[in-house]
Design a protein around this ligand. Structure first.
Ligand SMILES: NC(=O)c1ccc[n+]([C@@H]2O[C@H](COP(=O)([O-])OP(=O)(O)OC[C@H]3O[C@@H](n4cnc5c(N)ncnc54)[C@H](OP(=O)(O)O)[C@@H]3O)[C@@H](O)[C@H]2O)c1
Length: 315
């Protein structure tokens, strides 16, 4: 099969198309013929060597977590995800080879039937970003009516879902984005959107119950400055890696609870998300699609840090 491989960690030009074996499947796994696969910042961090996963991969390595496609091999004949079923989900690097390929194998636990209202391109954009948003906003922050949540980067891959989930569960959402994305994030359900390029968000918003930080201290001390927007006893959820454990002592001093968050892939949670999508409560935005062979260009787009919604590869 054709896959995009990296011979070693490095800049985008380490990525190249190659012919590699179709991945095997073992107990509890399915093989999916990939129709589309999205790119997440973690894929670019693994490629560049910034993520510890880069060291655990066997090279040449195929990257990519998200996919949407058709089951080519099911664990057994009467399995609910039988051959021919349209599915979407996540594979698990570094234990599996990635989804930026014609076929991917994945644990059935990380896969669900595709939303019938979405194309494969749209569906491929959902799993990792939406599962992250669900975990942070629903499982950890317990979004509910009466709660005020500040969500940074509401226009990004995770942010677009985080804003919509928080609104769906009744919370009031305040978000940050640059001017060109203010209307977009409002339409997702934020009641106020702060243009972070024009004003310091902590001067505009205070006493929120929860901050979902999708930016971190790597950019303008966004995490540390967010503590000032929280009310005493509030909850700070840090999603990008790299701000902890330094943030913990700052949060203690500010009298708020702080936690990092990392996602757990789950087909069951994906099924709940599917329902929200198919009933029209949650929508997805694709910034741009690229051909699989143009994966390097797609990585560069994601690395810009300013894509709206998601970047997807068509396979
Ligand atoms: N821990 C986990 O399990 C986990 C899972 C998923 C993602 N992550 C991490 O979470 C972060 C967000 O992921 P993502 O997929 O949403 O990224 P993304 O799609 O690349 O985010 C891009 C968005 O960020 C916005 N942005 C950039 N700088 C900003 C700033 N200073 N303030 C507010 N918004 C800003 C951009 O809006 P403008 O163009 O308007 O600036 C753009 O729309 C990444 O670091 C990713 O690695 C962690």
């Amino acid at each position: 099969m054709t896959a995009i491989i990296a011979d070693e960690p490095g800049p985008v030009d380490v990525l190249r198309p190659a012919t590699v074996p179709v991945p095997p499947t073992y107990i509890g796994e399915i093989l999916v013929k990939v129709a589309a696969a999205s790119i997440n910042p973690i894929d670019t961090k693994i490629r560049s060597g910034a993520s510890p996963t880069a060291k655990a991969l066997n090279y040449p390595a195929t990257l990519g977590h998200d996919f949407s496609g058709t089951v080519a091999r099911s664990p057994y004949e009467a399995h609910p995800l039988s051959a021919g079923t349209e599915v979407y989900g996540m594979t698990r690097l570094p234990r599996y080879s990635g989804s930026h390929a014609e076929y991917v194998s994945a644990p059935t636990l990380c896969v669900a039937p595709k939303p019938h209202t979405l194309s494969h391109v749209e569906a491929a954009s959902v799993p990792l970003a939406a599962l992250t948003a669900w975990g942070a906003v629903v499982d950890v922050a317990r979004a509910h009516y009466g709660q005020r949540i500040l969500i940074h980067a509401g226009a990004g891959g995770v942010g677009q879902f985080a804003v919509q989930f928080a609104r769906f569960f009744g919370a009031e959402v305040i978000s940050t984005a640059s001017a060109r994305n203010v209307d977009f994030v409002r339409e997702l359900g934020a009641s106020a959107v702060i243009d972070y390029t024009a004003t310091r968000f902590e001067d505009e918003v205070s006493d929120v119950d929860t901050v979902i930080d999708l930016i971190g201290n790597v950019t303008d001390d966004t995490g540390s400055r967010s503590l000032r927007a929280l009310k005493p006893g509030g909850l700070f959820v840090s999603v990008p890696t790299g701000s902890f454990p330094a943030m913990q002592s700052e949060a203690d001093a500010a009298g708020v609870t702080a936690t990092r968050f990392t996602l757990t892939p789950s087909g069951d949670v994906l099924t709940k998300i599917t329902r929200l999508i198919d009933q029209g409560d949650v929508r997805v935005h694709i910034d741009k699609t690229f051909d699989l062979v143009d994966a390097a260009e797609a990585h560069a787009a994601v690395e810009s840090g300013h894509t709206r919604g998601k970047v997807v590869l068509t396979v």
